[in-house]
Design a protein. Structure first.
Length: 550
C-alpha cells in the first residue's frame, strides 16, 4: 500500500511540474481515498503522512510478530528436543554406545534448535516475503505495468543466477563446518581425559597444532558461509542501479523527460522494497539448505528412532511379587555390522539367591551378555526372562528390583545424594538410607570431609573422587533401591582388599534370596560363586563346583 501511494506521489509531482492532468489510474486512486478535489499541496501532504504512518505501522507490527514467532519456535524446539532425547535413550543401549557422543549430543540439542528455530523461522520468512512480493507486484501493476514487468523479469533472473551459484557451495561448506565443529569438541574432550599421559610425553604441541588447524579451517569455512548474503546484496545493489539507468534512458529516448523521471522514481521506489524481499527469500532458501544438510543426523534420528514411552501390555499374568530367577532360552546374538555370532543357542537357568560369576577372555562378550540380561539390547533369537517376564519389561513392572554396577562409574555435576539416588523415588527416608549405605561401604571418613555431607557437590565428572570412592558410590547407587537381582560388571576392580570385604558384607546383608551376577576375574569372588559361566567364543561352560573344576 505504501509503495502504491509513493507511486501516486511521483505521478502527482510530475503532473505538478508539467502542469498537466494526472493519469487516469492515479486519479482513480485519489478518488478512492476521497482526495481528488483537494489541491496538489494538500494531496501531497496527506499522502506523505499516510505513507509515513503505514511504514511505521508495518515496522512495529513486524517486530511484534517476529517476537511472538521466535518465542513460539523456541518453546517448540525445547519440546521437540525433549521428545527426541526421550526416544534416543529408550532405544537399544548398543545403538547409544556406538554413536559418536559429541555428534549425538549436538544432534539432540543444537541440531534440533537449528532445524526448529532457524529452519522453520527461515521457512516462515520465505512465506511472508513471497506474500509481500505478490502484494507489491499487484500494487505496482496498478501504477505501471511495463516497469513492473521489466523489474520482475530482471530481478528474477538475477536471483536465479545468484542462487544457482551459491547452492552447491552452501551444501558442501555447511556439512564441512558441522564436521569440523564435532572434531574440535572431540579433540578437546580427548585432551581433557588424557592430559596426564600427554604431559608425561610432552606431546601437547601435537594437540595444539591439530586444534589450531581445525580452528583455522573452521574460520575460513564459516566466513565463506557468512559472506554469501553480502555477495547477494552487492549484486542486487548493482543490479538496481544498472536497471534503473537503462529504464530511465529507454523512457527518455522513447517518450520524454517527465515519463523517464516518473518511471525511474517508481522503479527505484519499488526496487528498494522488492529487492530486499527477493534477497531475503534467496538468503533464507540458502540458509534452509545449509541447516538441512548440516543437521542430517537429527533428521535421521527423528525418522528412525522408535517412539518412547510405549509399554507393551503383557498377555500373560505377571506375579505380584518379584522372583529373582533368570531363564535363558536358545539365545543367539550378533552385532548388526557383523556376520559372526557372539552367542549361539545359549541355555541356562539362574535360581533365586544364587551367586553366579561370568568369566572369559577379553572381547568374548561378557558385557554384551549382561546387556542382554538387562534387556538393553535385543537378541537375534531366543529370549531371556526374569521373574517369568521378558527382561526388557522388568524395569517397567518392577523398577529398582534389578541393580547394576558398571566398571566405569559416571558421576554427574550434582550432589553426592543426587548421584546416588539418580531420580529414584520411594516412601523410605532416602537421605538416611543413603548415609547408611555409604558408611557401610567404608565412606564414613569421606562423608565427614564434605562440608555439606551428602548434599555436597562432587565437582565436574566427579573430579574430587578417587577410583575406589567412585566405585563405592556406584555400588551405593545400585543398593539404594534394595535390589533383589544384582549385576556387577567388574564393579570392585579399583577397590583394595579391606574395601572389597565391606562391599561383600553390604551385598550379603541384602538377603540370602538376592541373586548376584558378577563379571570378575578375582579369585575371592570366583571362590564364593555357586556357579561360573565361562564364555568361550560363541559357546559357554557352566561350572557348578567352580574352583575345583577350573
Amino acid at each position: 500500500m505504501a509503495v502504491l501511494i509513493v507511486g501516486i506521489l511521483g505521478v502527482i509531482a510530475i503532473s505538478g511540474i508539467n502542469s498537466t492532468y494526472k493519469s487516469e489510474k492515479a486519479t482513480q486512486v485519489l478518488n478512492f481515498f476521497e482526495l481528488g478535489d483537494l489541491s496538489l499541496q494538500n494531496q501531497t501532504i496527506l499522502l506523505a503522512a499516510l505513507v509515513f504512518s503505514l511504514l511505521i505501522f508495518k515496522t512495529l507490527a513486524s517486530a511484534k510478530v517476529a517476537k511472538v514467532n521466535i518465542t513460539h519456535l523456541s518453546n517448540s524446539s525445547v519440546a521437540a528436543s525433549t521428545r527426541l532425547v526421550r526416544r534416543y535413550f529408550s532405544g537399544e543401549a548398543l545403538g547409544i554406545r556406538t554413536d559418536a557422543s559429541q555428534l549425538s549430543i549436538y544432534s539432540l540439542t543444537e541440531g534440533v534448535d537449528k532445524l526448529v528455530i532457524s529452519g522453520l523461522g527461515a521457512l516462515a520468512s520465505i512465506i511472508c516475503d513471497i506474500s509481500l512480493l505478490i502484494f507489491l507486484v499487484v500494487t505496482l501493476m496498478v501504477v505501471d505495468i511495463k516497469t513492473t514487468t521489466s523489474m520482475i523479469i530482471i530481478f528474477g533472473l538475477m536471483v536465479f543466477a545468484i542462487d544457482k551459484a551459491q547452492s552447491r557451495a552452501t551444501k558442501l561448506k555447511s556439512q564441512k563446518l558441522t564436521t569440523i565443529k564435532m572434531e574440535v569438541k572431540e579433540s578437546l574432550f580427548s585432551l581433557g581425559n588424557s592430559i596426564r599421559e600427554i604431559r608425561l610425553r610432552n606431546s601437547y604441541h601435537y594437540f595444539d597444532q591439530k586444534l589450531e588447524r581445525l580452528r583455522i579451517d573452521q574460520a575460513v569455512t564459516n566466513s565463506i558461509l557468512m559472506n554469501q548474503p553480502n555477495i547477494s546484496k552487492s549484486a542486487a545493489d548493482i543490479g538496481i542501479v544498472v536497471v534503473a539507468c537503462v529504464i530511465g534512458a529507454i523512457q527518455f529516448l522513447s517518450r520524454d523527460a517527465a515519463h523517464a523521471i516518473a518511471s525511474l522514481g517508481i522503479f527505484l521506489t519499488a526496487g528498494t522494497r522488492t529487492a530486499p524481499a527477493i534477497l531475503r527469500v534467496q538468503s533464507n532458501m540458502n540458509l534452509l539448505r545449509s541447516i538441512l544438510h548440516s543437521n542430517r543426523k537429527t533428521l535421521i534420528m527423528n525418522d528412525t528412532l522408535p517412539e518412547a514411552g510405549v509399554v507393551t501390555v503383557l498377555k500373560e499374568k505377571t506375579p505380584d511379587t518379584f522372583l529373582p530367577i533368570l531363564e535363558c532360552s536358545n539365545l543367539s546374538f550378533r552385532y548388526q555390522d557383523s556376520e559372526k555370532l557372539i552367542f549361539s543357542n545359549l541355555n541356562f537357568v539362574i535360581r533365586a539367591g544364587e551367586k553366579v560369576a561370568i568369566t572369559g577372555v577379553s572381547g568374548v562378550g561378557k558385557s554384551t551378555l549382561v546387556d542382554l540380561i538387562m534387556g538393553f539390547i535385543n537378541p537375534l533369537s531366543g529370549e531371556i526372562r526374569i521373574s517369568g517376564i521378558p527382561a526388557e519389561k522388568v524395569p517397567i513392572i518392577y523398577p529398582g528390583k534389578l541393580g547394576y554396577v558398571p566398571q566405569n562409574i559416571t558421576i554427574t555435576k550434582e550432589s553426592l545424594f543426587e548421584n546416588v539416588v539418580m531420580g529414584y523415588e520411594s516412601a523410605e527416608d532416602l537421605e538416611a538410607k543413603c548415609n547408611e549405605i555409604l558408611i557401610k561401604l567404608g565412606l564414613e571418613e569421606f562423608l565427614m570431609s564434605l562440608e555439606h555431607g551428602i548434599h555436597s557437590n562432587l565437582g565436574e565428572y566427579g573430579s574430587r573422587l578417587s577410583g575406589g570412592q567412585r566405585q563405592r558410590i556406584g555400588l551405593a547407587r545400585a543398593l539404594i533401591t534394595s535390589p533383589e537381582f544384582l549385576i556387577l560388571d567388574e564393579a570392585t576392580s579399583a577397590l583394595d582388599e579391606v574395601s572389597e570385604q565391606l562391599v561383600n558384607k553390604s551385598i550379603s546383608e541384602l538377603g540370602s534370596q538376592v541373586t548376584v551376577i558378577s563379571i570378575t576375574h578375582k579369585r575371592e569372588r570366583l571362590s564364593r560363586a555357586d556357579k561360573i559361566i565361562n564364555l568361550e567364543k560363541g559357546n559357554f561352560k557352566i561350572l557348578t563346583h567352580p574352583y575345583l573344576e577350573m
